[in-house]
Write a protein that binds this ligand. Structure first.
Ligand code: GLT
Ligand code: MN
Ligand code: MN
Length: 409
C-alpha cells in the first residue's frame, strides 16, 4: 500500500469506522446512565514515562462531543475545570456558570463531581497528612466540591484517596491516618446535608474508590473490601451516605475477580457507582476502553449487575491510548467504548433468557437427589457438574452470536 497522506488519514478512519458498522444512534446511547469524565476526554497521553501525544481540550469541547455522541452525563474533578488559583475563590463560580451553560446547550447532565486530592503538591502526603493545615485545606476542598456538585445538579461524589498511605514505612501511623481520612469524609457529608437542605435537593451519594498500587505508595485502603470495612468501622458519622465506586480495572490490578467484588458490594447495598474500563491483571492502571481486553469477563459482570437491578451510573473511566489522535478520541475511543458496553449489556439480557443457561443453572441447583452418604453424594452429582464447563462455553457462544446461527465453515 502506498503511504497514506496526512490529509487523507481522517477520511480513512471515518470510512473504516463506517465499514465496521455496529454503532448505536445518539438516541439509543442516551437511554443508558453512562457518564464521560472530563479527565478521560481531556487526557493528553502523559504518564510517568510518557510525554503527552494530544493537544489540551477544555470542558466546552468535551461536553459538546459527549452531547453529540449521546453520552448523557459528564463528570469532573474540581481541578480538571478550575485552576488551583481560582478554586475556593469567587472566580470559580464564573467557571461553574460556564459549565452549566455548556451542559445546557448540549443536553448533557452533570452526574458526579470528585475532589482531586492527589495531584497538587499540597497533597504530597495525602489529604489525611499529619499537619492540621493540610487537612483543613483538604476539608475546604472537599466541602467546596460538594457545593459545586449541588450547583451543577450532580447526584454522586467520588473519592479516590490517591497516596493515602506511605512511600517510606515508619513515619505514618495507620490508624491515625484512617481517622483523619474519616474526618474529611465526615466534613463532606455534613456540608452535603446542609446544602441539600438549603436547596431542597437530595444529599449526594458519596462513593469511595480503591486502587491497589498506584501511585508509588503503600495504600492503606487498597481494595473495595477494605473500604467496605472502613465504612462500617464506626469512624463515619453518616455511613448510610457512603458507598463504593469500584473500578473494573482496579480490581483486576490486584488479581481480584471484578464480578465477585461487585457481588460483595451488592450484598452490602453499597454499589453506588461503577467505573468501567479494561486492562490486564496484576499490571499498571492502563485504563483501556471497556470490553476491549476481557469481553467475556465483562459479559459476566453485566449479567450480575442486570440480574440485581443495578441502576447507578456507568462511568467511562478510561484513557484513550497514546496512539489515538484528538480526532480519534471522539471518532473511535468514546463511541467504540460506549457501543461495546451497550452491545455487552444487550448480550447480558440474552444470557439471562437463554434456555441452555437457564436449564443448566436449574439442574445444578436441583442436584442429583437425596443421597446422604458421602460417596453417594459424589456419584449423584458427578455428571451434573460437567454443566459448569458447558455453561462457560455457552457464554462464549452467546458472546460471539453462535446462538443466533453464526457459524464458521
Ligand atoms: C484518577 C484515578 C481514577 C479515578 C479518578 C477519580 S482520579 O484518574 O486513576 O480511577 O476514578 O478521582
Ligand atoms: Mn476510576
Ligand atoms: Mn484506573
Amino acid at each position: 500500500m502506498a503511504p497514506i497522506a496526512k490529509e487523507k488519514q481522517r477520511s480513512l478512519i471515518d470510512r473504516l469506522v463506517a465499514v465496521s458498522g455496529g454503532s448505536y444512534s445518539p438516541e439509543e446511547r442516551r437511554k443508558y446512565y453512562i457518564s464521560g469524565p472530563q479527565w478521560a476526554g481531556a487526557y493528553e497521553g502523559q504518564a510517568l514515562f510518557h510525554a503527552p501525544t494530544r493537544e489540551p481540550v477544555g470542558f466546552e469541547e468535551v461536553i459538546r462531543n459527549l452531547g453529540e455522541l449521546g453520552v448523557s452525563c459528564w463528570a469532573t474533578h474540581d481541578s480538571d475545570v478550575i485552576g488551583a488559583d481560582d478554586l475556593l475563590t469567587d472566580r470559580q463560580w464564573a467557571i461553574v456558570a460556564r459549565i452549566d451553560k455548556a451542559l445546557d446547550d448540549n443536553g448533557v447532565r452533570c452526574s458526579m463531581v470528585t475532589c482531586e486530592t492527589f495531584f497538587h503538591p499540597v497533597f504530597a502526603a495525602s489529604a489525611a497528612a499529619e499537619a492540621p493545615e493540610i487537612r483543613r485545606y483538604g476539608v475546604r476542598r472537599l466541602q467546596n466540591t460538594v457545593d459545586i456538585g449541588h450547583a451543577l445538579g450532580a447526584h454522586y461524589a467520588v473519592y479516590w484517596p490517591g497516596t493515602l498511605g506511605y512511600m517510606v514505612q515508619g513515619a505514618v501511623e495507620e490508624t491515625q491516618m484512617l481517622r483523619w481520612f474519616a474526618d474529611g469524609l465526615n466534613a463532606a457529608c455534613k456540608r452535603d446535608i446542609e446544602v441539600a437542605r438549603e436547596k431542597g435537593r437530595p444529599t449526594l451519594k458519596h462513593c469511595l474508590e480503591a486502587k491497589p498500587f498506584e501511585p508509588q505508595a503503600q495504600i492503606i485502603l487498597p481494595s473495595s473490601d477494605a473500604m467496605l470495612a472502613f465504612i462500617s468501622s464506626g469512624l463515619l458519622d453518616h455511613p448510610e451516605m457512603v458507598g463504593l465506586n469500584p473500578e473494573y480495572l482496579h480490581e483486576l490490578m490486584w488479581g481480584g475477580a471484578a464480578r465477585a467484588v461487585l457481588a460483595r458490594a451488592l450484598l452490602c447495598k453499597k454499589l453506588f457507582h461503577f467505573d468501567i474500563n479494561d486492562g490486564y491483571p496484576l499490571k499498571h492502571d492502563v485504563d483501556l476502553g471497556v470490553g476491549i481486553v476481557n469481553p467475556l469477563d465483562w459479559l459476566n459482570v453485566l449479567v450480575l449487575l442486570r440480574s440485581h437491578g443495578y441502576e447507578g451510573p456507568f462511568n467511562l473511566d478510561f484513557k484513550p491510548p497514546r496512539t489515538t489522535s484528538n480526532y480519534g478520541v471522539w471518532k473511535v475511543s468514546f463511541p467504540s467504548a460506549v457501543d461495546r458496553f451497550i452491545t455487552l449489556w444487550n448480550i447480558a439480557g440474552e444470557v439471562m433468557e437463554d434456555p441452555v443457561m437457564q436449564e443448566a443453572a436449574a439442574a445444578l441447583k436441583a442436584g442429583g437427589g437425596g443421597a446422604e452418604d458421602v460417596d453417594d453424594i459424589v456419584a449423584a452429582n458427578k455428571e451434573l457438574l460437567t454443566l459448569h464447563e458447558l455453561m462457560g462455553h455457552r457464554m462464549f457462544q452467546l458472546l460471539i452470536g453462535q446462538h443466533r446461527g453464526r457459524a464458521f465453515g
